[in-house]
Design a protein around this ligand. Sequence first.
Ligand SMILES: *Cc1c(COP(=O)(O)O)cnc(C)c1O
Length: 498
Amino acid sequence: MDELRYTSTRGNGAEVTSAQAIKQGLADDGGLFMPLDIPLIADDTLVELCKMSYAERAAHVLGLFLTDYSHDELLSDCIAAYGEDRFPGGAAPIKGLGDSIRVLELWHGPTCAFKDMALQIMPKLLSRALTKTGEMRKAMILVATSGDTGKAALEGYRDAAGISIKVFYPTGGVSRIQKLQMASQEGNNVSVTAIRGNFDDAQNGVKRIFSDADFAAELNEAGCFLSSANSINWGRLAPQIVYYISAYCDMINAGDILLGEEIDVCVPTGNFGNIFAAYIAKCMGLPINKLICASNSNNILTDFLATGTYDRNRKFYTTMSPSMDILISSNLERLLYVTAGSDKTAGWMKELSEKGVYSVDDETKTMLQRSFEGFYCDEASTQAAIKRIFDTYGYLIDTHTAVAMHCAEQYLEQNPSKRHMLVVSTASPYKFAASVLDAVSDEKPGDDFETIDTLCRVTGAAVPAPLASLKDKKVRFDTVINADEMKADVAAFGGIKA
Ligand SMILES: *Cc1c(COP(=O)(O)O)cnc(C)c1O
């Protein structure tokens, strides 16, 4: 097979292998890496995939994009990433609600949210990328987290060859469960430190360290370089394409659809990574009719898809679906590139960074609207959707999934059809237990663990094992420092003096 090469969405022209794209993360011109061609998936391949396990499907689909990785490498990594021990009961199971709605549950991994789908495999791909590119140094992943991403990254990178990971979280604004999840992290290459302050303090500290050239030189001498677990890395996006193809196979196997039959897909969206992966699957030939882009009150994407104008100069809302509280959806740049090319994309990104707003031309807008439609869901409708789905089907969903459910219903009201609607579920309801409990009952939430117990008693929904076992986990990391001590902390972890 010919090697698939990658290039920047902003058109600097340099072409790299998939291993280089994964190692580098961002292109030199600030753009994101995209493959030069999108491989197609033929009907007879889909028939073959239908007979396979999730890990085998993942190895096949990833192999179409990561052509400098061997099938054996990918298969052994996918088996390790998506096995029963990491994803009990299967990596991406589907629940049926009534005749036409199918829910794709992406939260059966170690942190009970969909980031695990990419972060369980991405570190393995990065480890191999270091070898493939002849990198002699070790990578140190540096993360500032407000909670969920840090834990998912720690779980993904623990014990990854040639890589270590350091996570900073703020003492303010992280829940007791999130704190305990990180403080009890296992693995021989991990380190977690709390920062006195809020998320911005932790984030700014990490940014300062990343931009410190002298420090980078010192680390380099010690045989180490800093890297981020950023969500725009192609190594995080490619694994997300898999579950759309896998879901389609499972729907065929369940007798929901016939091979070739179109479905609609609704995705709760923040950074536009998950829904963009669905779009790639559509470009590969997977029979997807419309992609419904579901937003919460931060409905910048709803407006963009309706008007063609992306305007971040607006109020920012803190909602009960916090992973979607985003005003800059980084992966949208990839869609613009695929639709309108690198010249226009580079121009729009420049306008976005300088003025916070850009408008695409009518031709581009029309092309986008052919595949995408945006809807949004406010706070009251989010809670109403949780209650309605629970009352109707006895099925409990989290706040992010509720946003998608509401938007899917809006779409179906305006576009009645016999097509199946695949609604993507991105977190266990127990991850957002207080909001979910408030939606389905009059009982008052207590502390994190009490709320989980109450929600379980009221609804009878099973508590995922990683949350249920958390109370008994041993705390390994209890250091608290000031933000100005972060560099020394990283230096010590990297084995040098700051
Ligand atoms: C990250 C996240 C999202 C948003 O996904 P994007 O790929 O950023 O669009 C939605 N729901 C949950 C629970 C998440 O963690």
